[in-house]
Design a protein around this ligand. Structure first.
Ligand code: GTP
Ligand code: MG
Length: 258
């Protein structure tokens, strides 16, 4: 396995602090303690690039790493952790939204979900955001060393069902920072998307002038996932839609009785 060069090039507590770069960017997000920092360390084969902790809420800012001189990997702060102040949650919500909305060089997002848990409302709210903002994303099942293959299959089926009509979902990927399962597959996907970005940005014509070519999936697909996502929930899990709407609002500390 190949060790990759990696260095921290910036940390952002607010959008103005996002570093300027043209390199293809890959973001890793998910609930607090799901294993984002561990996954990043596994990808580059370094133990202490991103700070890992058994205590949730460790990564509070967005950290940008330049990897192998050609990619940016982004470690997002975890969401859903109960023990943080209302101000901190609101700051997170704004930073999260602004990052995914604004970041032009972002080509792929990995949403990490804990393979031991059933689909969580707060993770599905992130999916909804990616669909709305037309961001390509994959679902990474973390900590698979802690569950059986049967349970993993069941978990993937649950997500497959819920997200069957989503347009920007690329794939499901089982991962473990302990066994390094999924590392090669994830790196291959990263290389593929970095290459796609290179071709879609510019291509040189025969006379030497540069011309823009049609952008790839991001601009060509239609958004149609959200209503079906809700439909799947309501019909199959007897899901209370008001709860779904409130999941983020409650975590963010708004009055849930209104
Ligand atoms: N068994 C097992 N443990 C893991 C794995 N990935 C992470 N962990 C553990 O889960 C805990 C949280 O890991 P982190 O990588 O810090 O999680 P995070 O998502 O970055 O957390 P925040 O920064 O707080 O949002 C640590 O105790 C890790 O050792 C995995 O694949 N298998
Ligand atoms: Mg972290």
């Amino acid at each position: 396995m190949k060790l990759l060069d990696a260095e921290l090039i910036g940390s952002a507590f607010k959008p103005e602090e996002f570093p300027k770069t043209d390199l293809p960017e890959f973001a890793f997000c998910g609930r607090s303690n799901v294993g984002k920092s561990s996954l990043l360390n596994t990808l580059v084969l370094r133990e202490n690039l991103a700070h890992v902790s058994s205590k949730p809420g460790k990564t509070r800012q967005i950290n940008f790493y330049k990897v192998a001189g050609k990619y940016i990997f982004v470690d997002m702060p975890g969401f859903g952790y109960a023990n943080v102040s209302k101000d901190e949650r609101l700051r997170w919500a704004e930073l999260n939204y602004e990052y995914f909305k604004r970041r032009e060089n972002l080509v792929l997002v990995a949403l990490l979900v804990d393979s031991r848990l059933e689909p969580q409302k707060i993770d599905l709210a992130q999916v909804e955001l990616f669909e709305e903002l037309r961001r390509n994303y994959l679902i990474v099942f973390t900590k698979t060393d802690k569950i059986s293959e049967d349970l993993l299959k069941k978990r993937i089926k649950e997500f497959e069902f819920l997200l069957q009509y989503c347009n920007f979902l690329i794939e499901f990927l089982p991962f473990s920072a302990v066994t390094k399962r999924g590392r090669e597959e994830l790196l291959a996907l990263i290389r593929k998307f970095a290459e796609k970005k290179k071709c879609s940005n510019e291509c040189t014509t025969e006379d030497g002038t540069k011309k823009k070519v049609a952008r790839l999936a991001l601009e060509n697909s239609n958004f149609g996932c959200f209503p079906l996502l809700v439909f799947a929930f309501v019909t199959c899990f007897n899901f209370d839609f008001r709860l779904f709407q409130k999941s983020f609002a409650e975590w963010l500390g708004f009055d849930s009785k209104r």
